[in-house]
Design a protein around this ligand. Structure first.
Ligand code: WTA
Length: 647
């Protein structure tokens, strides 16, 4: 198959950092001598005391040990804020665009410093100190970034919980890491709707469900008053009322944890992915600079949420470490209508726009209405992240949003990788719609078959990374064994991504999607096991199996098979109730698209659910079921096919 190739425009080539030769040269150097390469690149970050060690990493079975720059000391907040004060104090650090069209704010690096340091002093008053965990459950407001940076300043480990998660999901995450404080807001705003954040936190903490929590800090973001619990809750403005902005950043070792971020895996509860300070900052800053060919006067807009890794690395830490003006958007691309993104670009003269394919498809679905009312001629570069971008969406993004003048940088990476691993390079690579193209410096991607044999040439395979890079996750909070089990046991001595990919005849990578039981719904990662355990927690449900199927807008949709408890009526009312149940137990992002009643599930004789078969039925591909002879009761399949919902 030969894909359409788009060259980088002359305008991009004219100022880009790299050309094809210099990319190759630098890439080869990074692979030939990682120690020397990263020793040099580590200098992009300000260190309190320099590192002498660079790379000490082992993927050996039983000894997964990843350390970078281990004897250096630094502070992430200092790197994002203080170090810009001499040159960029008056430069805008954060542009905040509210949910409503006429609401915005500009925050300079000087103001950022003041707000972060005062809030850090406030947290100190609450007893927060180095090593403590702090949960952040906030809307997309500047205070969310202040909270993250204030934790980093004190050496406290933040765990941001996406504001779309339900009370149960908050409690799980808080308890897993033993957070001492939750920082939240009374309410968030999103797409014209109000999100009751404080009430969700109250529910999560009710009945002493989160014993580690000592305090809840509440930002008054809307006018609604919620009762505060005495001795536990405090308004943000009251907390900082008497705090000054003198708060020296804590001296942190490179390998001290910076944050925990929970993400979905193929089994059990969400995993607390741990990122540390030095390597993460080096890599987030470097990838942000090279992937977007960053210029000093860029107005950079990553339209993700700080609740996800993209928000951590490419709204807060990467851009601010680089002294970039970063735009935070509280709303959604379709509110008040699909012209919003273009209008925000024009209003703030955005030069780089980084968003997810699901957003692109939502706009594309409305024809060219997204382009109405805006010129978007300030843009010079577009980015994509979170899921495979289908060529049709890529081309629409390129032509309609980017006026056929901006490269589309399709960046592949994961919560666990901390930063971009595979992406086109402005100036150095062509673009092929749907391909993430080439590895970043220091990254050695390989394709392997199911037995771990490395495949050469143009082929499909499972994507592994052969060696470590500085922003790689170090462990799962409190469970190093699960870390090894999840990422280093399928194939020995390499990192397994959980993704499948194809390499074409030019050596370019095309990510095809997860090969494990993880779904990607609208760019959100969801474990089928998590949704299943939410479902079986309902008293009417005996058993549940969840699979994904291709969905035009969301990338993947959620297809659920439910077996009800004996004697329960599988009624429409129950169906509605189960949908509501999943939304409130887990999150609205996990809303099932289809729930099919299943009198029985196809199982092997040893009792294992044959998901392969359920997937085929959900994808309406039941004519290609393959071998079903190993099933304990092959007749259940016929009934499932007959009553399938996605036709
Ligand atoms: C998928 C988001 C194709 C992939 C940064 C990965 C992508 C998972 C891309 C990680 C892309 C992310 N092309 N697939 N450009 N980017 N993915 O942890 O399946 O939320 O494993 O990190 O998203 O999702 P996560």
């Amino acid at each position: 198959m030969s894909a359409k190739v788009y060259p980088m425009s002359d305008a991009v080539k004219a100022h880009a950092r790299l050309n094809p030769e210099s990319y190759q040269e630098k890439y080869q150097a990074s692979i030939a001598d990682p120690e020397a390469f990263w020793r040099e690149e580590g200098k992009r970050i300000s260190w309190f005391s320099p590192y002498s060690k660079v790379k000490q990493t082992s993927f050996a079975p039983g000894n997964i040990d990843i350390q970078w720059y281990s004897d250096g000391t630094l502070n992430a907040c200092y790197n994002c804020v203080d170090r810009h004060l001499p040159e960029r104090a008056d430069k805008t650090a954060i542009i905040w665009e509210g949910d409503e069209v006429d609401v915005q704010k500009h925050i300079s690096f000087r103001e950022l410093h003041e707000s972060v340091a005062r809030f850090a002093n406030g947290l100190k008053k609450l007893g927060v100190k180095k090593g403590d965990r702090v949960a952040i459950y906030m809307p997309m407001v500047p205070e969310a970034a202040y909270a993250m940076l204030a934790c980093a300043r004190l050496g406290a480990v933040h765990s941001v919980i996406f504001a779309g998660f339900s009370p149960n999901a908050i409690a799980d995450r808080v308890n897993d890491c033993g957070a001492k404080v939750v920082i939240t807001a009374n309410e968030g705003r999103r797409g014209g709707k109000v999100v009751p954040l404080k009430p969700n936190v109250d529910k999560a903490l009710s009945n002493n469900a989160c014993e580690s929590i000592e305090h809840v800090v509440v930002l008054k973001h809307t006018d609604t008053d919620y009762p505060l619990e005495a001795n536990r809750d405090i308004w943000w403005h009251d907390l900082i009322g008497d705090c000054d902005s003198d708060c020296p950043p804590e001296v942190m070792a490179a390998e001290d944890p910076l944050f925990i971020l929970y993400t979905s895996g193929s089994t059990g509860k969400p995993k607390g992915v741990v990122h540390t300070t030095g390597g993460y900052m080096v890599y987030a800053s470097m990838t942000h600079e090279y992937s977007f060919d960053l210029q000093e006067n860029d107005v950079y807009w990553c339209a993700a949420d700080v609740g996800w890794i993209t928000g951590h690395s490419y709204i807060v830490y990467g851009p601010l470490a680089n002294g970039t003006t970063t735009l935070m958007f509280e709303g959604v691309p379709t509110y008040p209508d699909v012209s919003r993104i273009g209008k925000v670009v024009d209003k703030h003269q955005v030069t780089i726009l980084y968003t997810a394919p699901t957003a692109v498809r939502a706009l594309m679905a409305k024809g060219n209405a997204a382009a109405k009312g805006s010129a978007r001629d300030s843009l010079r570069l577009l980015g994509s992240v979170g899921e495979p971008i289908n060529p049709e969406a890529w081309e629409w993004y390129y032509e309609t949003i980017g006026n056929s003048a901006c490269p589309v940088i399709d960046t592949w990476w994961q919560t666990e990788t901390g930063g971009i691993l595979i992406a086109p390079f402005p100036g150095a690579t062509d673009m092929k719609p749907g391909s993430a193209m080439l590895p970043f410096f220091g990254i050695k991607p390989k394709l392997v078959d199911n037995d771990g044999k490395v495949l050469e040439g143009a082929t499909d395979g499972n994507l592994i990374i052969e060696d470590s890079w500085p922003s790689q996750a170090r462990t799962l909070w409190g469970d190093h064994e699960r870390f090894e089990q999840t990422y280093f046991s399928t194939y020995k001595n390499v990192y397994f991504t959980g993704d499948g990919a194809r390499r074409d005849e030019d050596g370019h990578f095309w990510i095809t999607g997860r090969v494990d039981d993880v779904l990607n719904v609208s760019g959100h990662r969801l474990g089928t096991a998590e949704i299943e355990s939410a479902l079986v927690a309902h008293k009417a449900v005996a058993e549940a199996a969840v699979v994904g199927y291709p969905h035009d807008l969301k990338g993947q949709g959620i297809y659920v098979y439910v077996t009800v408890v004996d004697g329960v009526d599988a009624s429409d009312d129950l169906l509605t109730e189960l949908v509501k149940w999943v939304r409130s137990e887990l999150s609205p992002i996990a809303t099932p698209d289809f729930i099919q009643w299943a009198p029985g599930l196809p199982k092997t004789r040893s009792g294992k659910i044959m998901r392969r078969i359920l997937r085929k039925i959900a994808c309406n591909e039941h004519s290609q079921l393959g071998d079903t002879s190993t099933l304990a009761d092959p007749s259940v399949v016929d009934s499932l096919i007959e009553n399938r919902l996605n036709r």
